[in-house]
Design a protein around this ligand. Sequence first.
Ligand SMILES: Nc1ncnc2c1ncn2[C@@H]1O[C@H](COP(=O)(O)OP(=O)(O)OP(=O)(O)O)[C@@H](O)[C@H]1O
Ligand SMILES: [Mg+2]
Length: 358
Amino acid sequence: FGQGLIFGLGTVIVMCMSALEVQAGTQSVGDFVFINAMLMQLSVPLNFIGFIYREIRQGLTDIEHMFDLLDVPQEIVDKPDAGPLKVSAGKVEFRDVHFSYDSNRKILKGVSFEVPAGKTVAIVGPSGAGKSTISRLLFRFYDVQRGQVLIDGQDIRDVTQESLRAVLGMVPQDTVLFNDTIAYNIRYGRIGASEEEVRKAAELAQIGPFIEKLPDGYRSMVGERGLKLSGGEKQRVAIARTILKAPPILMLDEATSALDTQTEQEIQAALDLVSKGRTTLVIAHRLSTVISADEIIVLKDGQIAERGTHAALLRQQGLYASMWDRQREATEAEERLRIARESDEFGVIVRRRTSEVS
Ligand SMILES: Nc1ncnc2c1ncn2[C@@H]1O[C@H](COP(=O)(O)OP(=O)(O)OP(=O)(O)O)[C@@H](O)[C@H]1O
Ligand SMILES: [Mg+2]
């Protein structure tokens, strides 16, 4: 701004001086035009120098940040003799896992379960029970303090992180998108995928029609961390990404939590298709999405409180059964309200409620 101001003012002064000279007859109009052209030719390269200077300064600052980042010691490092993970069937096993983020607060206290190859196991439980922690341990974002996490009998601490993460696909609770196009964000699942494959994955994740309606289509920018998309849209981009990656082991952390019931059902169908024949670990709040799981694990305070199939757990009349009842009541109330809103009774109900309150 200062540079522009100085140059603008300078030009005005010099042109005024030249104009006065022309008036006095000491300069010709040709001189006036000549001075003007000179100044214009000077201003462009001078501006450019200012621009380059700023860019270089910014670049140096960024490099400094980058080296600071590179200096951060890695908490999880591969063992020197770590080999690649060999996946045959894709069985996942947690064996007596103990874990805490801070040493004074235990999060998982001896969790053991197994996801047989090709089967689906669901983890449910109250918020803060440690469900997402289990997914982070499977990805080895943290190391367990006691016990083991095994894939096809191999401890994940004995294999390279790269090979481990290559076989895992995850739809996380809070999807992180890159500030790039939608197509790029979907293709991130498998960088080499063709345009057609990206389109197909988006179609399967029920986000294709939405993208096509955008003015720039697949080239639309999603904004920093994906802030230009709604929560449900972000989730569907993450699902498309995972469909594209097609990993042997799938981890869904509340993959459909931000969606309305209608879209959820459609995506659930797509997810069922993707998880068919794949080892799948599902974390869910809405129990209706895990009814068909081969086993349901109820996690509470870092321990497994109950386990079994949906029907068996209902018969037990324990924690799961009470969670199920509460959710069913909530869904039924929601459904009644929706029906009432659609038929014209809504006003009647509201009036009745209002009179009850008063
Ligand atoms: N990085 C972290 N550092 C310290 N504590 C953490 C960290 N991440 C999670 N926690 C704590 O660990 C506990 C379990 O977190 P987790 O994310 O596994 O819960 P969750 O079962 O997935 O809950 P929700 O259903 O709300 O997603 C929480 O009490 C949380 O406060
Ligand atoms: Mg969670």
